[in-house]
Design a protein around this ligand. Structure first.
Ligand code: URA
Length: 314
């Protein structure tokens, strides 16, 4: 009895430790060595590409926006089919072929080709609804395997102000909406302070799926998602863009400067045929950890309000 109580307490404290460390999902019974997995995926990719070059693959049937009747692209837009047996197995998209390890069967290795096919698919979307649909079918980013929901956008798609964060957290993943957790509540207060709310702004993230345990998205994950957020900006056509935090500003402006240098200055973002005035500011999550910096954010928000007033009524 004593032993089972101890075991139970140990288990509870382990779970508590995991929860406090940000772990809230288990993705397999056994630990997966992602380095080995990556090497295995690369090896498969290369082997299947050479097979494709030597004529062993046929192009997939023309279905989705990514397909476009071209030969096999790196990122597919349909849920991968189960492994076909026999000769049919050769017809699989090389980058969605099952991998040893069960739950990672759908994993893909994003490479330059995958980014190019994501760019092409994003360009094909003619409306925000089409873009969302395209992302719902896109399996070129492994984050979708662990996320519960796609977190596409919130607010008013016709708003003149668009805010862009880094990636959803737990609450956003559960609700499928950006900035609904603690940092979202702070963001709402900051917007309210300059007379804005979710009906007068449009909000999205660079990466629309939650990274497990709220880790930072990898550079590959960010690269594969960038064509979609760029297209989302083009389609929403805001007059003003606000990058929330370093990750969002650096990835979309393609700069290396830190947020301290970037914040508070008006810059220009090239979105297709339009140039959009943009401003970087601290991420609300950073402000929750460093409340002293709210002073500078307040200046940025005042500058945003000033900019909006020069543009006329929202
Ligand atoms: N942080 C982000 O960058 N985006 C969200 O949607 C929530 C928290």
């Amino acid at each position: 009895m004593q032993t089972s109580d101890n075991a139970r307490r140990e288990l509870e404290s382990l779970i508590e430790f995991y929860t406090e460390s940000g772990v809230d999902c288990f993705i397999g019974e056994e630990a997966v060595d992602s380095f080995v997995l990556s090497e295995e995926l690369l090896r498969q990719q290369q082997a299947m590409r050479s097979a494709a070059q030597s004529g062993a693959f046929s192009p997939p049937s023309s279905k989705g926006p990514a397909d476009l009747g071209r030969p096999v692209a790196s990122a597919s837009f349909e849920r991968p089919q189960p492994l076909a047996q026999g000769a049919g197995a050769q017809r699989q998209n090389p980058l969605t072929a099952p991998v040893a390890g069960g739950s990672f069967a759908d994993a893909v290795m994003p490479d330059k080709e995958a980014v190019a096919s994501a760019r092409e698919a994003a360009r094909e979307a003619k409306s925000l609804d089409e873009l969302k649909d395209c992302l719902l079918r896109f399996n070129g980013c492994n984050l979708r395997l662990t996320a519960k929901n796609l977190v596409f956008a919130d607010g008013n798609p016709n708003a003149r102000v668009m805010l862009i964060g880094e990636a959803p957290g737990r609450d956003e993943d559960l609700q499928g909406k950006p900035f609904v957790g603690r940092s979202g509540q702070l963001l709402d207060k900051m917007l309210g302070a300059i007379g804005l709310d979710r009906s007068s702004v449009y909000i999205a993230n660079v990466v629309p799926w939650r990274p497990p345990g709220n880790r930072t998205p990898t550079p590959q994950e960010t690269e594969i998602c960038k064509p979609f957020i760029r297209r989302q900006i083009e389609l929403a056509q805001p007059d003003v863009l606000v990058f929330l935090g370093a990750a969002s500003a650096k990835s979309l402006l393609d700069v290396q400067d830190g947020i301290r240098r970037l914040r508070g200055r008006w810059m220009t973002f090239e979105a297709g045929e339009r140039s959009i005035e943009c401003l970087a500011t601290y991420h609300p999550a950073y402000l929750l950890r460093n409340p002293i910096e709210k002073r500078l954010s307040w200046r940025d928000f005042l500058s945003l309000r000033q900019k909006i007033s020069t543009l006329g009524q929202i």
